[in-house]
Design a protein around this ligand. Structure first.
Ligand code: GUN
Length: 287
């Protein structure tokens, strides 16, 4: 692949290979197989695709996947009850509740009912707080995957200005914490930010996670910047595109991530790495 393109397929495979080797090592040593429980409430089509992709990835690295598909009408007590059962089950290492949840459920309360050391998403306040205190325990998968991509080009973070578009708990916020922890200067933008084009023009690293197809134009970018596209949008034509207009951005950037095949595969690889990390935390064994 072109040397400008940060290839998520290649980089994620490196992570999956390491996880796969470690799981194989456990098997050879007659140790328990790591297990990930994935909980899906309702039948949102996008969430169904994500959950299927996660299950397939588990199979590839021989991590056991347990699926809990619950009806959309599931109430809070029933969901918390399932999570508490999974918390108590020593054969379950990681618990993932696919978001978004139906509106009648309180996502914060649900996430906080997961045992922090089984929170493979890193969304629990203990894990998010630990990251904020520069003492990470389990890190959210997408930002951690982006850091792996940036580390793959030996990026020096000190003195670099990163501009993040989007302030979600899943991507924007933990992304800012990861970059701050490594010494970058970070600006976060939301949909009301006044001078977003000017800010992007001053950025050494642009990270777009807003779900707006082709929002960032190549002409806005500082020549030689790194453009990281977390967006996955489906156009009316059926084609997938990111939040950054790829063709024009490719001309300006020193490095760029494609969509698909960029950040997406990194998220799944990090989920499996986190599952193995949870296994180690929960079994307290060095493997
Ligand atoms: N919905 C969109 N992204 C994610 C993710 O990374 N984890 C979970 N649990 N739900 C999501």
């Amino acid at each position: 692949m072109n040397e400008k393109i940060l290839c998520g397929k290649t980089l994620s495979q490196q992570i999956l290979d390491t996880v796969s080797d470690e799981v194989e090592n456990l098997r050879v040593n007659n140790q328990r197989q790591p297990a990930l429980a994935v909980v899906l409430v309702g039948s949102d089509p996008a969430s169904q695709v994500y959950v299927r992709n996660k299950k397939n990835a588990c199979e590839k690295v021989a991590v056991k996947s347990l699926e809990y598909i619950l009806p959309a009408e599931t109430n809070q007590a029933e969901l918390v009850n399932l999570i508490q059962q999974l918390n108590a089950d020593e054969s379950v290492d990681g618990i993932l509740v696919q978001l978004p949840l139906p509106a009648h459920l309180d996502s914060k309360l649900i996430i906080d009912s997961i045992l922090p050391n089984k929170d493979v998403d890193g969304f629990h306040r203990y894990n998010m707080g630990s990251l904020a205190l520069k003492d990470p325990n389990i890190c959210p998968c997408t930002p951690h995957g982006v850091m792996y991509m940036l580390d793959s080009i030996n990026l020096e973070y000190h003195g670099k200005h990163a501009v993040i578009l989007g302030t979600s708990n899943i991507v924007g916020r933990p992304m800012a914490l990861e970059l701050i922890n490594r010494g970058a200067t970070v600006t976060m933008c939301n949909s009301k930010t006044c001078n977003v084009v000017e800010l992007i023009g001053a950025a050494d690293i642009v990270i777009a996670a807003i779900g707006r197809p082709n929002f960032v134009q190549g002409a806005w970018l500082k020549p030689g910047c790194i453009a990281i596209d977390v967006g996955i949008n489906r156009l009316d034509t059926g084609k997938l595109c990111g939040d950054i207009e790829f063709t024009s951005a490719f001309e300006r950037a020193q490095y760029i991530t494609p969509v698909p095949g960029g950040v997406g595969p990194m998220t799944i690889a990090m989920l499996l790495k986190n599952t193995l990390h949870c296994y180690k935390l929960n079994t307290r064994k060095e493997v």
